[in-house]
Design a protein around this ligand. Structure first.
Ligand code: COA
Length: 222
């Protein structure tokens, strides 16, 4: 049995896009590498804004977590499928790798940073329409059965927590949703907790950043 207070946890930051003025978007844009710059320039305005917001939040969170200057943080992302500058972000600073993950939802983004463990994060707005039918594609049969026994008032959050935990696990693995979420069995409900799934052990947690949102992190244990 693992005591929650002894489990490793990432640094998590959640920020609404309306708070973009808190971030150094200009400095972040100036420090993008050539492939990321190309991605920014080729994206429609809303996608470009979201990308830059996420990148700026990521850099700021890494800088705060390890106590370094944002200018010393190098972020790259190369899609293993198409070679373009999207996919899992990789962060290096002072000759070492820092584990990071990033997620966007309706009007907010979340970042998780871990010095020691690969990490995944997912954020979703608690929106019933968004989660309609997700139980059919994302839950294992046992999870679905447990979920269906829940009272109505608890179902949306429970499903959102399951979904975001599964997506966070696939991000910590670096596979994304090429791993079928319905093959990931997360076991018990309470968080933070350690779960063994997809051949690895993860610490799953649901920090509560703001009413109406669910944020879930998955730390990949050795
Ligand atoms: C990872 C994935 C589940 C994210 O889905 P999404 O709907 O974009 O959801 P989120 O907003 O929560 O996450 C986006 C972030 O995930 C991160 N990400 C993308 N691919 C990732 C991967 N393989 N592993 C970990 N993180 C990944 C990026 O940081 C991205 O944000 P950014 O583009 O602004 O940097 C999805 O992109 C996926 O399944 N990717 C793998 C398969 C794929 O699409 N390959 C591309 C073929 S060209």
């Amino acid at each position: 049995m693992h005591r929650a207070d002894r489990l490793p946890q990432p640094t998590v930051r959640f920020l609404r896009w309306a708070s973009a003025a808190e971030l150094d978007l200009v400095g972040t844009a100036a420090r993008l590498d050539a492939p990321a710059r190309q991605r920014l320039d080729a994206s429609p305005e809303s996608a470009a804004r979201r990308f830059l917001f996420g990148r700026a939040l990521l850099v700021r969170t890494v800088a705060e977590t390890i106590g370094t200057d944002p200018e010393r943080i190098e972020v790259t992302a190369v899609c293993p499928d198409c070679g373009l500058a999207h996919g899992r972000p990789r962060v290096r600073t002072g000759g070492r790798t820092i584990h990071v993950s990033l997620s966007h939802t309706a009007d907010a983004s979340a970042v998780a940073v871990s010095i020691e463990h690969p990490v995944g994060v997912d954020v979703e707005r608690l929106d019933a329409a968004r989660f309609a039918g997700v139980e059919d594609v994302a839950l294992t049969p046992a999870e679905r059965e447990r979920w269906q026994r829940l009272p109505d008032r608890r179902r949306l959050r429970a499903l959102a927590e399951r979904w975001t935990a599964k997506e966070a696990v696939t991000k910590a693995l670096g596979t994304g949703l090429t791993t079928d979420p319905a093959t990931i069995d997360l076991g018990q409900d309470a968080a933070p907790h350690v779960t063994e799934t997809a051949g690895h052990r993860f610490v799953i947690d649901h920090p509560e950043p703001a009413p109406g949102f669910v944020v879930t992190t998955a730390l990949l244990l050795p």
